[in-house]
Design a protein around this ligand. Sequence first.
Ligand code: NAP
Length: 265
Amino acid sequence: MHAELENAFGLTGRVAVVTGAAGGIGRQAAITFAQAGADVVIADVGEPGLAETAQLVEKEGRRAVVRRTDVSQRAEVDALASTSLDEYGRIDVWANVAGIIRYSPIVDMAESDLRAVLDVNLFGVYWGVAAAGRAMTDGGSIINIASAGGDMPAPTLSGYGMSKAAVMHLTKTAATELGPRGIRVNAIAPGFIETPMVAPYYTDESGREDLDAKARIFETRRAQSPLSATGEPTDISYCMLYLAADASRFVTGQVLRPNGGVFMA
Ligand code: NAP
């Protein structure tokens, strides 16, 4: 590849913080950033998964600092930023990936479920944007993971959809506030991606996959896509790499929608 493109799309010498990095999209983002040359700080509530992600990052020849963080707790998110500053002296990229999903009709919604979803998916991203915005002294890129569920209302997903729609709005406001300091803020709203988050659709309580149910769900999802496609974590992490790297220096306040064409804004 031409050196100019390597510079534009690479992250050599950069430091990236990734939340939700114990599995799924967050783990893949940490690996992709490492493959592009970044050292990382990885955070999650799931510590065994974080240790595995750290090993995978190290296999790519980069350094991973692990910090257990509940993103719904502002003080823990601030401590995450401090960890990166203590260990590396900087933060160039901050990816808010941690998220949860709860299903319930509005009329039956348990207050605890609604609050949990908003605490993690909205407040968690808010605290991440705030901490990154304070810590980035030399410009940077903040990437918030929203969802197609923030664009498309669906039964039983009121809390999740609200949280993700709000993340898209927060992204735009933050872009206006932080742009003058050279900090770009963008969101990604993925469609259906095969990760532990969607596994309960086809997995029983003992963790066994129902392969027929899985085939049916993926077939239904593929039928919604003009590409007849469902997504994999790299489909999102490569979008994240673009938004993290200098290639996207003119891009801020945007929502990128890797969703197989299921929804077109
Ligand atoms: P995932 O594998 O479940 O990853 C989410 C990670 O966040 C998990 O490791 C989870 O830990 C962690 N987490 C939960 N609560 C947390 C907290 N309070 N603090 C820190 N970490 C916490 O699911 P994923 O699909 O990769 O999801 C990543 C992001 O993509 C989420 O924001 C999700 O909403 C979004 N997304 C996913 C899809 C999809 O189809 N998969 C589509 C659109 C958007 P536990 O497992 O211990 O809860």
